[in-house]
Design a protein. Structure first.
Lengths: 461, 346
């Protein structure tokens, strides 16, 4: 029976990829280990090796097809004695085959997305920073980040980016793609694997007046550099009586990705947002990623810019403006409602927005606030909303104890106690190291159902 | 043991030379002006530190206070090798470095007493002082952190294409921190103009070098990164200046980092609360008697027929500066309460 070659998953978060090139032709003999195709993922271009021997029977997905879902049959391999006539025998789920034959990117994308966190939609409430009638461009968050860095590097020769694999590899998550080609090795600097050291060098360069963007491959690795971030970057302005500060951005993916286990899945929102001297940003939408990263690079203070790997490939509308900079420290009302306030940020917004849709079906109109910046925290926007709704739920992927949700609850208690009709609910990551097993990982993270339940509890329903 | 040591040297085949500058005869003589300047600058540090010790005993200075007495020749000699625009960064034993950089005694002493006229408005303290004007980048309380930061200063010089050199001072204790080697690697990799000055005063707090370090020759700590290093008699200001000249020239020429191990000694405890149980009184007295950096210069000046009177005049000038700084530091008001919330962001 002919063997199906399926679209492989080449990274923990890959849901789809582009079939960029076939290196074997139909009818050509294939040995195990032969490279048969090139696939471009969201992170890199990878070669696909055959694991079976035989003859390439039929190519099901032509080269140049974009957004092919993982596990879609892309070709068949015929064993000895089989001919192309046997192809009809290849077992393939009808739906997948249809998607594959038509190679309809839109449809494949929809299929892949069904289980993934919702891509940020256009805000229900328009962002005041965008003038009416501005043309919007759809781009991935990855591209928004890259564009933000490139624009700031064009604008200011003191801005440079350093980190592991940011240059020749084009970024471990392809966020710095193309920067080396435009700005050269002087300003796009590959470092050795040495977080403590290069974080300190970055801070020293910033003290001397440069404006480094220090990329951590993930914030999990920044624990190695914690001393330089907190003791040197955050405190020097104060300790020097205002003489010497540093304009520096530490950025990279934060929080859980997918199935990478406890040491690569921690959310550091609470850790950094506790420290005076730091600004902490954790956006959700593509537009916010761009506008806030530009603001972070221009800010004269050390800024922690927490990204989310699960969101990198998600697309959103970004205003086509020459200089789209969003002020740090302002929350955004992503959806307005009058019954309950849901406060979240970064990927927590995925659960919050979906939960708001669910709640709406039951007649509960949730107001969803995307904090965007964790420090300084936009307490006014939260309090104003709670005064309107009388109820609040926080949503975060990090742990609950001493979490950002706990801080938000405390501020609501301090500033809107008399307006509260119910205790503030907290939905968070569970109090465990992140497990590897798919089912356990799902349980360890917040869920839409938990947010819905917390919101209903706050509404006594 | 000797054989093993020899084979290490041979194996690494350090072309740039792991020399013993101090062992290779006496250093070039100073001019009379250089001797006088060195004497004055070292005396200022010595008297300042003695006064700081007194004020600490009186309760006017709080917290940690690490005195530089005994090590004065290092910062004074190195400063003589620098030019305007070069940067200096160090750890927590930093008062001497600041005075050598030309920072005012008043501002340093007032910071020690936590007053508004201190270099950090009283918000930094002994270990955290800075002067943008004098290119002094601190004053860092975390052992070893200044090594990466100083490497970053050098990175900025290289990025801007100027020929300034960054001096990163640290001790024998800090030499065992991991980030020191992370910095060494990148500094040589990127040819950064930084001089790593290891002030080996024989004790990291109360732990002697031989009890803490597998390789006690600190000039060799850069060998696996191809960074040249030298051991220097850190009690002889002329030897320090000569080694500094060589290292500075190396860095300015774009050849990358350089390591100078300054062999020195601190007379006082690690901090003011040091029980001094880890070494003998005799050991301290011997160094003080045989090697004191200030006495060396004074004796040479006297031998060169400089009058006692002239030397006394220098001493008087220095005492006046120090006394005035102590007065200022005790009379100057504490920072206004409103300063609590300033300088967190800019």
């Amino acid at each position: 029976m002919p063997i199906q070659v399926l679209m492989p998953a080449l990274s923990p978060t890959m849901e789809k990829g582009n079939l960029s090139k076939w290196l074997k032709k139909e009818g050509e003999a294939i040995k195990s280990g032969d490279v048969i195709a090139e696939i471009e993922t969201d992170k890199a271009t990878m070669e696909v090796e055959a694991t079976d021997e035989g003859t390439l029977g039929k190519i099901l997905i032509p080269e140049g097809t974009a957004d092919v879902a993982v596990n879609t049959p892309i070709a068949t391999i015929l064993s000895d004695g089989e001919s192309a006539d046997d192809l009809g025998k290849a077992p393939a789920p009808a739906k997948q085959e249809k998607a594959a034959e038509q190679a309809a990117p839109a449809e494949v994308r929809e299929t892949a997305k069904a289980e993934a966190p919702a891509a940020p939609k256009a805000a229900a409430v328009p962002d005041p920073e965008i003038p009416e009638g501005t043309e919007m461009v759809t781009m991935t968050i990855r591209e928004a980040l890259r564009d933000a860095m490139a624009e700031e590097m064009r604008r200011d020769a003191d801005v440079f980016v350093m980190g592991e694999e940011v240059a020749e590899y084009q970024g471990a998550y392809k966020v710095t793609q193309g920067l080396l080609q435009e700005f050269g090795a002087k300003r796009v600097i590959d470092t050795p694997i040495t977080e403590h050291g290069f974080a300190g060098i970055g801070v020293g360069a910033a003290m001397a007046g440069l404006k480094p963007i220090v990329e951590f491959m993930t914030f999990n690795f920044a624990m190695q550099a914690m001393d330089q971030i907190i003791n040197s970057a955050a405190k020097t302005l104060y300790m020097s009586g205002g003489q010497m500060g540093c304009s520096i951005v530490f950025r990279g993916p934060n929080g859980a990705a997918a199935r990478v286990g406890a040491q690569h899945s921690q959310d550091y929102s609470a850790w950094y947002s506790q420290v005076p001297g730091l600004k902490v940003i954790a956006p959700f939408s593509a537009a916010d990623y761009k506008g806030l990263l530009k603001a972070a690079i221009r800010d004269p203070n050390p800024v922690i810019f927490l990204e989310n790997e699960m969101l990198y490939g998600h697309s959103g509308e970004v205003p086509k403006l020459d200089d789209y900079v969003i002020p740090i420290g302002k929350a955004r009302i992503a959806r307005s409602g009058s019954h309950v306030t849901i406060v979240s940020w970064s990927n927590g917004m995925s659960y919050a927005l979906k939960a708001a849709d669910e709640l709406a079906k039951e007649g509960i109109e949730a107001e969803v606030i995307d904090l965007r910046t964790l420090r300084p925290m936009d307490t006014d926007t939260i309090v104003a909303s709670v005064k309107k709704t009388g109820r609040a739920v926080t949503v975060e992927e990090g742990w609950q104890q001493n979490g950002v949700g706990a801080e938000i609850a405390a501020r609501i208690m301090e500033h809107a106690f008399d307006y509260l009709d119910a205790p503030v609910g907290r939905v968070s990551g569970k109090d465990v190291p992140m497990p590897y097993a798919a089912n356990l990982e799902k349980l360890a993270l917040p869920s839409v159902a938990e947010v819905v339940a917390a919101a209903k509890a706050a509404c006594y329903r | 043991m000797a054989a093993a040591k020899k084979s290490v040297t041979k194996e690494t085949g350090q072309e740039k030379g792991q020399e013993k500058a101090s062992g290779a005869g006496s250093p070039p003589d100073f001019t009379r002006e250089q001797e006088l300047r060195a004497l004055r600058d070292m005396l200022l540090i010595r008297r300042f530190e003695e006064k700081a010790g007194q004020l600490y005993g009186m309760g006017a200075i709080g917290g940690f206070c690490h005195l530089y007495i005994g090590q004065e020749a290092i910062v004074v000699g190195m400063q003589m090798a620098l030019k305007q625009g070069d940067q200096v960064i160090t750890g927590y034993r930093d008062h001497g470095h600041m005075l050598a950089c030309g920072m005012e005694a008043n501002g340093v002493m007032a910071e020690l007493t936590g007053r508004q006229g201190g270099y950090s408005k009283g918000k930094g303290g002994s270990m955290h002082m800075f002067s943008k004007e004098k290119n002094f980048f601190g004053g860092h309380g975390i052992v070893g952190a200044q090594v990466s930061l100083g490497t970053g200063l050098a990175f900025a010089n290289r990025y801007r294409g100027n020929d300034f050199v960054s001096l990163a001072y640290f001790g024998d204790g800090a030499s065992n921190q991991g980030q020191v080697y992370e910095s060494f690697n990148m500094a040589e990799l990127w040819k950064l103009p930084v001089i790593y000055i290891i002030e080996n005063n024989r004790y990291a707090m109360g732990t002697s070098v031989s009890r803490a370090s597998a390789q006690t020759d600190f000039s060799k700590r850069g060998i696996s990164f191809n960074i040249p290093g030298e051991q220097v008699d850190g009690m002889d200001v002329r030897a320090v200046k000569a080694a500094g000249d060589k290292a500075v020239a190396w860095c300015r020429a774009g050849k990358g980092p350089f390591i100078l191990e300054m062999q020195t000694y601190r007379y006082r405890g690690h901090s003011m609360s040091d029980p001094a149980k880890y070494r003998t009184r005799e050991e301290v007295d011997k160094v003080r008697h045989d090697q004191d950096p200030i006495e060396q210069v004074r004796n040479r000046l006297l031998a060169a027929k400089v009058s006692e009177q002239e030397l006394k005049a220098i001493d008087a000038e220095v005492r006046e500066i120090v006394n005035a700084s102590a007065d200022f530091a005790q009379k100057d008001p504490e920072p206004d309460a409103s300063e609590l919330y300033t300088d967190i962001y800019r």
